[in-house]
Design a protein around this ligand. Sequence first.
Ligand code: COA
Length: 316
Amino acid sequence: MTELKFETLIIDWPTLKDNEGNVIREGTVDGNYAVISINRPDRLNALTEQVTGEISQALRHMEVDSSVRAVVIRGVKEYTKKPAFSAGADLAAAFNPHLKPNIPMHMALAMRIRHRDYDEFEQFSKPLIAAVDGYALGGGCEIVLCCDIVIASDRSRFGLPEINRGIFPANGGVTRMAARVGINRALRIAYFGEAFDAKTMEEWGLVTWMAPAGDEFEQLVHEKAKWLGDAPTTALFVIKKCVKFGTRYTELGCIMEQLGFGVNQASFDAKEGIMAFNRKVKCPECGGKGKFEDGTKCPTCGGRRKIKDTPHFKGI
Ligand code: COA
């Protein structure tokens, strides 16, 4: 498979094998997930049309790459100035050269171009984790709002500071923030432009998990991404669509669950999950003996020598 090249991103891929099990791409990630790192550290990973366009392109590719079963978006780990997920729109960059700032319709189109990318992030069919270490402001925070799970380090700051520049968060930020933290808090965040720490955002429901910056944060991101990468991908797909879109209209969401159930029941993983529950394997703790050499009963199998198998999900 030809790999894509990006100017503003670094991508870590999982290992990709062909049908015969031959490695056709050696991965740099220990798990069935990919990592997209925004790589403009000198500008605190500020966003241009090129950056969001490249993220969209990468996600479109990952959506049909069966080795990728979850994706992490983050700022590049090796930062040069301050740790950042992204400090928002690049305030030194111009809009699309075909669009004139003094023509209102052109500016509406400029936003339509941005929304195309943000909608792509939100609708991505596999689990999307925002790993936030540092600033997640403006457009950066708006990317976070498109993700399913948010893992933040304790030195992270979230906010929509656009009001301080006479503008407002128009990449879906006002609407998605209200959906995530409620109308009152969204108004406070967008009206006053303050930045909030990860603890507050955890209390308000935007941050799913928080950890001290450094190894603990990195380990947590890996652990959760690996878990999702090993999980039954089709069931996750249905859950994601129902939670993110079905909840907009409850009756429709419930119908999506019925249709999604039909899709999922045909998957390998739905069968594997049930079969593993009924499948017994030799207890790995005592090697199938039920007890140890000193005569004590094995606590894992309780002396029964066998335990229920762990499901081996393939993502199909
Ligand atoms: N666009 C372009 N460059 C940006 C940027 C942005 N959104 N945010 C930060 N940078 C650049 C700075 O210009 C600076 O570059 P320099 O070192 O060449 O001067 C570098 O990143 C470091 O930022 P700095 O402001 O020195 O760091 P700080 O720790 O003092 O402040 C922020 C960090 C994020 C609070 C501050 O940079 C800021 O307010 N950025 C703009 C955030 C914003 O309004 N985003 C929404 C845009 S609509």
